[in-house]
Design a protein around this ligand. Structure first.
Ligand code: PEP
Length: 258
């Protein structure tokens, strides 16, 4: 599609997962500094989701700048007896403008269901921050030819009714592509994103046509441009390659056309 043909402002979000310490602020600051310089007229939103321990510190250093911050998960409830959990309101107070929900590692490691993911997305909306809702098929589901069925079902069951283009982003992340170095072909990504777009329009009408659909799963500097050019790919959710400012910026660059 190319930068000029884009109707939707892309989002490039880095998911740091359980990585990073106070010293990692230097990487986030390097991203910020680059965005303030050569990317002066930024044509994309750029976000980092650090571990929650770093969120407030990053917000103090980066707040108000071009790097948005996000949490990696939240509890559906605003407060209460939920040891170890974090409320969406707490993330917001710590400086997050969004939270990732339903990441496949949460679904696999913590048995999160579509209904729970939806409740977490609703919590984000209640708190006044955005939800980045992740969906994607496993390797076995892909081999069985079930990709579109799985993705459509996750989408219908995980998206809150009040989702809008402003408060919700969809991230398609084939589970087998996450952290493996494998990616689907551009043609496969095109088909899945087209199916996601159709469901979003069915569910949300015109609003569904404006929602951002990110691709995630082994996005690297050397494949970002090919993925970015696919129709209905409105940005990227980046894991491993977001930890180093130079790699993350190389990916951001493909989305802003610099
Ligand atoms: C992710 O976990 O969201 C992800 C896309 O990871 P990676 O880029 O490392 O595959």
């Amino acid at each position: 599609m190319g930068i000029a043909g884009r109707k939707i402002r892309p989002l490039v979000a880095g998911n740091w997962k359980m990585n990073g310490d106070k010293a990692s602020l230097a990487e986030a600051e390097a991203v910020r500094d680059a965005l303030l310089g050569p990317f002066a007229s930024l044509a994309a939103d750029v976000m980092i989701a650090p571990p929650v321990t770093l969120l407030a510190g990053f917000a103090a250093a980066l707040g108000g700048g071009p790097v948005l911050l996000a949490g990696q998960d939240c509890h559906p409830r605003p407060c209460g007896a939920h040891t170890g959990d974090i409320a969406a309101e707490m993330l917001k107070e710590s400086g997050a403008s969004a939270v990732i929900v339903g990441h496949s590692e949460r679904r696999a490691d913590h048995g999160e269901t579509n209904a729970e993911v939806r409740a977490k997305a609703e919590a984000a909306h209640r708190a006044g921050i955005g939800a980045i809702v992740c969906i994607g098929e496993t390797k076995d589901e892909r081999i069985a030819g079930l990709t579109l069925d799985v993705v459509r079902r996750q989408l219908k069951e995980s998206m809150p009714e009040i989702s809008t283009a402003a408060n919700t982003v969809l991230a398609y992340e084939p589970v087998w592509a996450i952290g493996t170095g494998l990616t689907p072909t551009a043609e496969d990504v095109k088909d899945v994103h087209a199916a996601i777009r159709d469901v979003l329009v069915d569910l949300f009408g015109m609003e569904g046509d404006k929602m951002r659909i990110l691709y995630g799963g082994s996005v690297k500097p050397d494949n970002a441009a090919v993925l970015m050019a696919v129709e209905n790919v409105d940005g990227a959710l980046v894991g491993g390659a977001s930890l180093k400012a130079s790699d993350f910026l190389a990916i951001v660059r493909t989305y802003v056309g610099e």
